[in-house]
Design a binder for this molecule. Structure first.
Ligand SMILES: [Zn+2]
Length: 294
């Protein structure tokens, strides 16, 4: 969400999205100092959480050193020192995204170090699987998890496709699918995967980055599933409940967070700053929020 606009938040709310889990990831521009990571992590647990709340969406995140930037070894070592401080903050539901990009030695080293951190902190893990050599990278990611004694029920293997889903489910992991408008996985293919494999441990997630992507991909995929006759129960599991179950193991996310959320009050400030740019602030009153069942 750090690369999306407030229009996106408004559209997401309108489409029925109640909460987001934002993975710490790569920003396009490689970071050169540890301070850039520190400010980024602070944004995820601070400003972005506040900004989402101003539009009625609960914000959670994962904290981790992404695989691409693990290749700057000197910097990666400094980032590793920071991670425990941020991974313990409110609203952090996993260590992630971590794993392999080019499957280099440095990526392997920091992937393993972060698996150990997740175990120490008793947090779930979100794994980014590589776009090149995906199947090999996915199998290797799971083998490394097993070498480190990870419980597969604490691990989401993300960016799956038809090539990887069976292995991931068979080995007991959660299988995430990131839906993109033009690449990787699209909504119709996603629906076919759910028809074929059922809803257990499958998680549909939106791409929402600085490239061509779509933060409404989850509700759009849910609609496509509905049009194809997939049951409401299976839609609810893959587009909502499963993510809540696995990331809920962090103790940092629960349904009551949004079922009884505080009213939106856009006059609130975060470190002296608001999201207002001259418009009339939206201030909900608690009574109408309750009567809407919202
Ligand atoms: Zn990723």
């Amino acid at each position: 969400m750090v690369s999306r606009t407030t229009n996106d938040y408004e559209a997401m709310k309108k489409a029925g999205i109640v909460a987001v889990i934002e993975p710490a990831f790569w920003l396009g521009q490689p970071r050169t100092t540890v301070g850039s990571f520190q400010d980024y992590f602070s944004t995820l647990v601070g400003w972005e959480r506040f900004r989402a709340k101003q539009f009625g969406i609960k914000h959670y995140c994962t904290i981790g050193l992404n695989s691409k930037e693990a290749n700057n070894v000197a910097l990666a070592e400094e980032v590793m020192e920071l991670l425990p401080l941020y991974a313990g903050k409110e609203g952090v539901v996993a260590i992630g995204e971590i794993g392999y990009d080019d499957q280099t030695e440095a990526e392997d080293r920091f992937f393993r170090a972060q698996l150990e951190l997740a175990k120490e902190m008793n947090l779930p893990v979100m794994i980014h699987t590589p776009h090149r050599d995906k199947r090999k990278g996915t199998l290797r990611s799971m083998a490394v998890c097993e070498e480190h004694g990870m419980d597969p029920t604490m691990v989401v293997v993300d960016h799956n496709n038809e090539e990887t889903v069976k292995d991931v489910l068979d080995r007991g992991y959660w299988a995430g699918f990131t839906i993109y408008p033009h690449s990787k996985m699209d909504s119709t293919r996603m629906a076919v995967v759910v028809e074929q494999y059922g809803p257990e441990r499958i998680i549909v997630d939106s791409s929402a980055d600085w490239g061509v992507s779509d933060p409404l991909a989850v509700p759009k995929t849910a609609q496509i599933m509905r049009d194809r006759g997939i049951s409401e129960e299976h839609i609810r599991m893959t587009c909502y409940r499963n993510a809540l179950d696995i990331y809920g193991k962090s103790g940092q996310i629960k349904e009551s967070d949004w079922l009884s959320r505080a009213p939106i009050n856009q006059t609130e400030l975060h470190d002296g700053n608001s999201v207002l740019r001259g418009q009339t602030p939206l201030v909900e009153d608690a009574a109408s929020l309750k009567s809407n069942g919202n």
